[in-house]
Ligand binder design. Structure first.
Ligand code: UDP
Ligand code: MG
Length: 320
């Protein structure tokens, strides 16, 4: 299999001033053991602290660094998309800035890419320093995603992964606005390989996630990849109609032949409430899909760039 020549290390950063220097030291150390060249591509996702200054200072000293400075905070999914457009390497690895993803794994990943794999992803066997609630919800999130989506999603896998040239080319063609990269990584297919690791605690700073963002990501993860929820509400609707019809015949026969008075306030109330709830839920599901159609039809650019700081490698970035 072809050797990796230039590895782009993509780091989406949003207010990570406490982590930048440690991260770069760690990456720099690992790069010394790699036989390929490295491009360190920082995507500044609208940081409001000193992050951009710090990376610019690093860039003055080390010309392997390039920086894409986004016009505002777009979120990690879109930051990664910008990175895909601006990367120069033949191979790509995406890594978090907070040192939760162990840079040492890059060595194994490069070896696996050179063995012919296209998507070498780090799968966590356990995670340190995260609350039981976060672990449980994350556990449920991956299982629900797996059941609901039409493409197989790798469980307990973040965005820490290395991609071959083929996989990168495929991802660059996916231009949808509502993006969930985890889904897209699965969608493109190719030869995948898991590497197991223990996910460390965040070295400094705070996590940028909150439950609202996670719920949003989960809903997008499902609705952007599968129409199963629509199927499910159709099936529920069908079953309820069937049951109601049988029930209606039974009530009719009882009233006609046995003169049974129609009774039952409680059963009527529960039927109304149940059906009302199901209808609202179904409209909600429809609304989610309508929302996607709405944002896709506007055909807005996915992100805007404030500035691009180039490396000294003389290839042009891959974007058009
Ligand atoms: N990040 C980003 N944009 C955002 C939120 C996060 O680029 O809007 C980056 C962040 O700087 C970090 C990575 O995405 O490098 C992972 O974020 P975080 O550590 O907060 O997520 P967690 O590890 O808690 O899931
Ligand atoms: Mg983190």
């Amino acid at each position: 299999m072809a050797k990796v020549k230039l590895l782009t290390v993509m780091i989406p950063v949003f207010n990570e001033e406490e982590c930048i220097n440690d991260l770069f030291d760690a990456l720099n150390n690992v790069s010394k053991s790699l036989s390929c060249d490295c491009e360190f591509l920082f995507i500044n996702d609208g940081s409001t602290d000193n992050t951009l200054n710090l990376i610019c200072q690093l860039q003055q000293k080390d010309n392997r660094i390039s920086i894409v400075d986004l016009s505002r905070n777009f979120g990690k999914e879109i930051a990664m998309t910008a990175g895909l457009d601006y990367m120069k390497g033949d191979t790509l690895v995406i890594i978090d800035a907070d040192l939760q993803d162990n840079p040492e794994l890059l060595l194994t990943m490069v070896a696996e890419i050179e063995n012919g794999y296209d998507d070498v992803y780090a799968q966590r066997t356990s995670r340190k320093g995260e609350s039981v609630l976060k672990k449980t919800t994350s556990f449920l999130f991956y299982r629900l995603l797996a059941i609901m989506s039409s493409v197989p999603i790798q469980k307990d896998t973040g965005d820490f992964r290395m991609l071959s040239h083929k996989a990168i080319k495929a991802l660059q063609q996916l231009k949808e606005n509502e993006r969930n990269m985890k889904g897209l990584f699965s969608f493109i297919g190719f030869k995948k390989k898991a590497i197991h690791y223990v996910r460390d605690e965040r070295k400094a700073g705070k996590t940028k996630w909150n439950y609202l963002k996670l719920i949003n990501l989960a809903i997008r993860g499902i609705t952007a990849f599968s129409i199963k929820p629509l199927r499910i509400i159709s099936v529920i609707g069908f079953l309820i109609s069937l049951i109601s019809f049988i029930f209606f015949i039974k009530v009719l026969i009882k009233a006609l032949f046995y003169g049974d008075p129609v009774a039952g306030y409680p059963s009527m109330m529960s039927a109304i409430l149940l059906l009302g709830g199901l209808q609202l839920l179904s409209i909600g599901v429809l609304g989610e899909y309508l929302g996607i159609v709405f944002s896709e039809t506007k055909k807005r650019p996915i992100y805007f760039i404030n500035d691009y700081y180039n490396t000294s490698y003389n290839q042009e970035p891959q974007h058009d």
